[in-house]
Design a protein around this ligand. Structure first.
Ligand code: ACM
Length: 539
């Protein structure tokens, strides 16, 4: 399967903005925005308002009403808000190539064209939700934050014809159905994880994935940056981590790494799509690449060879040596400086080459280092045995629904992210015939990925202790974007929906029909999705 190169450009230079556009039209729109709460959808079967993924809180059609983009359509953004303007430019960046329209982004508000407003939304939208109104004259998205406007724009894309996603000019019309959507997320953490350590993915490949997950309102990208097979982030104080430790990957390919400049650019690219990067440095296990790069990190002072296989659990940083903690401190210092987000992931999984007392000693020294660099720790759920502070976020990756350690941690105040390996691991094969992926957690078809309730999944874990969900994609068998897409689509949208949509909307029969509509978009975008037989794909 060929790899394709990517990138949708957005974020052209900001034009000047001010309060001057905030006139009578805006006031009128605010008033309109305040009336009438939406009710659940009862749209005709073909109404694109029925095809939104993740399912919105509510979508109410305006029968007989449509809005059509035109050559003179403008995108008005809330005066004085750089964030709203950036979202407007993002939308223009999606729509300009396919429509061929200029779609200027201008400060202001109008009942005509497209307006993105940071005012007048139903208060239920909160920090990430939005209200979308489509009338004959125009489209108005209202939110309290730029993140909410961005989420609303993803919905607007999905109610336009799939051809708007094309990179080349298409024949119109580009028509959206009239209606109102009121929408906000179930969980704060709606994550995807990409393992760039087992196989390296170029910055363009990561950006391509960022664009794909943003369409489904994913707001966290966890990058698994280090493992036995490779160290992928430049650390200036320990340069051999990448010079040597980044020089290969599973199967013996050339590997690679991100310079700090490239990494900052990735973080900014994600941020422009309202996605926060959570970087992971996995330790004390999964560290062969580091151990191979610096002999002094090994208890016996001997660097092991680089590793290109796929076994786990054989490596450990040397728990007794002070240099181990100087190393971790340096890495966390440089990482924290590259990380605008609050969280740093310290791994902690499958430390089978570290004794339990050593694991505790290690975490007792490392957890305070995370805090010293101004960050909050997240880690694979094993790290709850070290009793991390209540702010720390364990990521559950078990294959059972029992996890007493995690439930105890929740009782101490820790919020949990759920990534059950037999549901949310996108690298598990769909079935025995899947050419890529692994199967140690079993096969995971599309319905398996979708049909579980994060709020009532781990026995004894209270619904309030669930911070969200995350879909990890491990890359032992994946080498390029086509491979990533084959495993992620259509299952990533299933996990994204579990993270966003209220449980009251959960319905496999409806979801698979909505997925089929998304398939038309992936066809246009050139996404190498798996046409799994559970989904009634169109065409
Ligand atoms: C993991 O799958 N080892 C977190």
């Amino acid at each position: 399967m060929p790899s394709r190169s990517t990138t949708r450009t957005s974020g052209s230079p900001r034009s000047g903005s001010g309060r001057r556009g905030l006139g009578r039209a805006l006031v009128a729109l605010l008033v309109v925005g305040a009336v009438g709460a939406a009710t659940p959808a009862h749209a005709a079967p073909e109404n694109p308002l029925r095809h939104i993924v993740p399912a919105p809180v509510s979508a109410t059609p305006r029968p007989g009403v449509t809005f059509t983009l035109g050559a003179d359509t403008r995108i008005h953004t809330h005066p004085g808000s750089a964030g709203a303007e950036q979202v407007g430019e993002f939308l223009a960046g999606v729509l300009r190539p396919s429509t061929g329209y200029r779609l200027p982004v201008v400060p202001g508000a109008s009942a005509r064209g497209i307006t993105l407003l940071l005012a007048g939304a139903d208060p239920r939208v909160g920090d990430e939700g939005y209200q979308l109104d489509v009338t004959r004259l125009g489209v108005v998205i209202r939110a309290r934050t730029a993140a909410g406007l961005f989420a609303g724009v993803q919905t607007f894309r999905q109610i336009l014809p799939a051809k708007v996603e094309a990179k080349t000019k298409q024949r119109g019309p580009f028509t959206a159905p009239g209606g109102r959507v009121l929408d906000y997320p179930r969980y704060a953490h709606r994550g995807a994880m990409l393992d760039v350590a087992r196989h390296f993915f170029s910055p363009d490949e990561v950006k391509r994935y960022i664009d794909q997950i943003a369409l489904y309102k994913v707001n966290r990208l966890h990058l698994h940056l280090t493992d036995d097979q490779g160290w992928r982030l430049e650390i200036k104080s320990w340069p051999n981590l990448t010079a040597h430790g980044g020089s290969t990957e599973v199967g013996g390919g050339p590997g690679g790494f991100y310079t700090q400049e490239q990494y900052r650019d990735l973080v900014a690219y994600a941020a422009a799509r309202h996605i926060t990067v959570i970087p992971e440095i996995d330790m004390p296990g999964h560290t062969n690449a580091a151990l191979s790069s610096y002999p002094e990190l090994n208890c016996d002072g001997v660097a092991p060879p680089l590793y290109t296989g796929i076994e786990v659990g054989f490596s450990s940083l040397c728990i007794d040596k002070d240099i181990t903690y100087r190393f971790v401190d340096d890495v966390l210092r440089e990482l924290a400086a590259l990380t605008p987000g609050k969280y740093v992931h310290i791994g902690g999984d499958e430390a089978h080459a570290t004794t339990d007392p050593d694991y505790d000693l290690f975490m007792d020294r490392v957890l305070p280092l995370v805090a010293a660099h101004g960050k909050v720790a997240t880690g694979w759920h094993e790290f709850v045995k070290a009793g991390p502070p209540a702010s720390a976020v364990p990521q559950f990756w078990g294959t059972r629904t029992t996890a007493p350690d995690v439930v105890e941690a929740a009782a101490r105040g820790n919020q949990v992210v759920l990534s059950p390996a037999n549901k949310a691991y996108l690298d598990m094969k769909y079935d025995a015939s899947t050419p890529l992926g692994l199967s140690w957690a079993g096969y995971t078809d599309v319905q398996d990925a979708y049909d579980w309730n994060p709020g009532a999944y781990v026995e004894g874990l209270p619904a309030e202790a669930v911070r969200g969900v995350e879909a990890p994609l491990w890359s032992e068998t994946l080498t390029n974007s086509a491979d990533v897409e084959f495993m992620a689509f259509p299952r990533l949208p299933a996990i994204a929906e579990l993270g966003w949509s209220p449980w009251s909307t959960h319905d496999w029969e409806g979801f698979k029909v909505r997925l089929a509509a998304q398939g038309e978009r992936w066809d246009v975008q050139g996404v190498n999705y798996h046409r799994h037989p559970q989904v009634p794909w169109r065409g």
